[in-house]
Design a protein around this ligand. Structure first.
Ligand code: C5P
Length: 397
C-alpha cells in the first residue's frame, strides 16, 4: 500500500510540534504522496516556509490576502484538489476556529471551504487539551466526521507530562495509509481478546502470565485498518492503547468473558488472550502474611470460564471464530482437537517448544482449520496480523 497519486494538503499550525511537520512531509513523500503545505502565522513562528517548501517540493501557501497565493491557487482550489486535508499539528486555536466556523486566515478559510476528508493531529499542553472547551470543540469536529489522530501521551516540550503530544510522523503516515487503504471489512463487527488475565490472590498479589498483548493488538489494528468496527478486550498490558477501536480493559477472566459477551453480536471473533485456566478459589480480603514457622502455603484453584468456547457456542455465535493455541508437541493434531472441542473455525497454533513467544517481535504459526493446516514462515507479529486479516477477508461472504 502506498500513497501514490494522493495529494495531501498539510496545514501546519502554531505549536512547538510544528518542527516535526518537516519529518512528516518527508515521510508522506516517501510513501508516495504529493504534499502541498499551508502554514499559519503561528506555525511560521516554529518552522520556516522555506523548509516546508524545499521538502515538499511545492510552494507553501500562507496568506489569504496575498495576490500571489490567491492567483496561483485560491483557497477554494486548495481545499478541493486535496484527497485529504491533514492539519498537523493542530493547535487548540485552530481546532476552536474549525469548530466555530471562523475564517480569519488562509488555513481556517480553506478548512471551511473543504468538502472532502479532513484529519487533525492535535498538539498542545495537556491542560489545554483536557480543557472542556477543547474537548467540546473536538467532539463537535468528530461529530462532523473529522478524523482525530492523537494526541499521544508522554513528556511534553513544556516540561509537563500528560495527553497532548503530537503523534509521531511515522504514526501519522500509518494512519494516512490506513485511511486510504481499501476497507473490505467495512460494516463488519469484530471482537478481539488480547493480553494476559490477572487473577487476584489477595489485595496486592495476582496470578498472571507473560503474555505481552502484542499479537492480539496487532490483529485488532489490522482488522480496524480493513474497516471493521473493532472491540478490543484486553488484560493488563504495557502497550499504548491502539487508536481507531473501542478498547475495554479488564483484569480477570470473568471480566474478560463479560466484556466479550457485551461486545456481541460480532461477525468475527479472534481470541488471542492468554486466559488463566484457573483462578484462586478465594481471594483474601487482607494481604496474606508470613506466619512464623510456616514453610509452605497451599492454595485451591477453581476453573475459569472458557471464553472462546462460551462465545463459540452462544446464540449469537460470530460467523468466524478464531482461537490461538500454544503447543509444545503434535501442534496440528492438538490444534484440531481444540478446534472441535471449542467449536472454533480456525486455530492459530504456535509451536512454543523452542522457547518463548511471549514478548518476542516475531511469531511462527500454523493456521489450522478442520480441513487443512497451513504453516506460515516466521513473520513479525504485524505481518501475522495482516495475513490473518487477509484470510478473514477471503473467507467471509
Ligand atoms: O489455553 P488454550 O490452549 O485452551 O487456549 C486456546 C484458545 O482458547 C485461545 O484462543 C484462548 O484465548 C482461548 N481461551 C479462552 N478462555 C480460556 C482459555 C482459553 O478464551 N479460559
Amino acid at each position: 500500500m502506498t500513497l501514490n497519486g494522493k495529494q495531501i494538503l498539510l496545514i501546519v499550525s502554531g505549536g512547538i510540534a510544528a518542527y516535526k511537520a518537516a519529518v512528516l512531509v518527508r515521510r508522506l513523500k516517501d510513501a508516495g504522496a504529493s504534499v502541498v503545505p499551508v502554514l499559519t502565522r503561528g506555525g511560521a513562528q516554529f518552522i520556516t516556509p522555506l523548509t516546508l517548501s524545499a521538502l515538499a517540493e511545492n510552494p507553501v501557501y500562507e496568506d489569504l490576502f496575498s495576490l500571489k497565493d490567491e492567483a496561483e491557487m485560491g483557497h477554494i482550489r486548495l481545499a478541493r484538489e486535496a484527497d485529504l486535508i491533514l492539519v498537523a499539528p493542530a493547535s487548540a486555536d485552530l481546532i476552536a476556529k474549525m469548530a466555530h466556523g471562523l475564517t480569519d486566515d488562509l488555513a481556517s478559510t480553506t478548512l471551511l471551504a473543504a468538502n472532502g476528508p479532513v484529519a487533525i493531529a492535535p498538539s498542545m499542553n495537556p491542560v489545554m487539551w483536557a480543557n472542556p472547551a477543547t474537548q467540546a470543540n473536538v467532539a463537535t469536529l468528530m461529530q462532523r466526521g473529522i478524523q482525530v489522530w492523537g494526541p499521544a501521551d508522554g513528556d511534553m516540550a513544556c516540561g509537563e507530562i500528560g495527553t497532548g503530544r503530537f503523534e509521531e510522523p511515522e504514526d501519522l503516515v500509518a494512519r494516512t495509509l490506513a485511511f486510504f487503504a481499501p476497507k473490505p471489512l467495512a460494516g463488519k463487527r469484530a471482537l478481539v481478546t488480547s493480553g494476559p488475565t490477572h487473577e487476584p490472590i489477595d489485595p496486592v498479589r495476582v496470578m498472571a502470565n507473560r503474555s505481552s498483548g502484542q499479537q492480539g493488538q496487532a490483529i485488532a489494528s489490522a482488522l480496524a485498518a480493513a474497516g471493521a468496527e473493532v472491540t478490543l478486550v484486553t488484560g493488563p498490558v504495557n502497550l499504548p492503547q491502539p487508536p481507531g477501536m473501542t478498547v475495554v480493559p479488564v483484569q480477570t477472566a470473568d471480566q474478560m468473558l463479560a466484556a466479550a459477551q457485551a461486545a456481541l453480536p460480532a461477525d468475527i471473533a479472534v481470541f488471542a488472550a492468554a486466559v488463566a485456566d484457573w483462578k484462586p478459589k478465594t481471594t483474601a480480603t487482607e494481604k496474606l502474611k508470613k506466619v512464623g514457622g510456616q514453610d509452605e502455603l497451599s492454595m485451591s484453584f477453581v476453573k475459569n470460564p472458557d471464553i472462546l468456547a462460551t462465545i463459540a457456542q452462544a446464540d449469537h455465535r460470530p460467523a468466524l471464530v478464531v482461537g490461538f493455541a500454544a503447543e509444545t508437541e503434535n501442534v496440528v493434531a492438538n490444534a484440531q482437537g481444540k478446534l472441535a472441542r471449542k467449536n472454533a473455525d480456525w486455530i492459530v497454533a504456535n509451536d512454543v517448544s523452542g522457547g518463548a513467544v511471549f514478548g518476542e517481535q516475531t511469531n511462527t504459526v500454523t493456521l489450522v482449520s478442520a480441513q487443512e493446516a497451513e504453516a506460515w514462515p516466521t513473520l513479525t507479529k504485524d505481518q501475522v496480523a495482516e495475513r490473518l486479516v487477509q484470510k478473514i477477508v477471503e473467507s467471509l461472504p
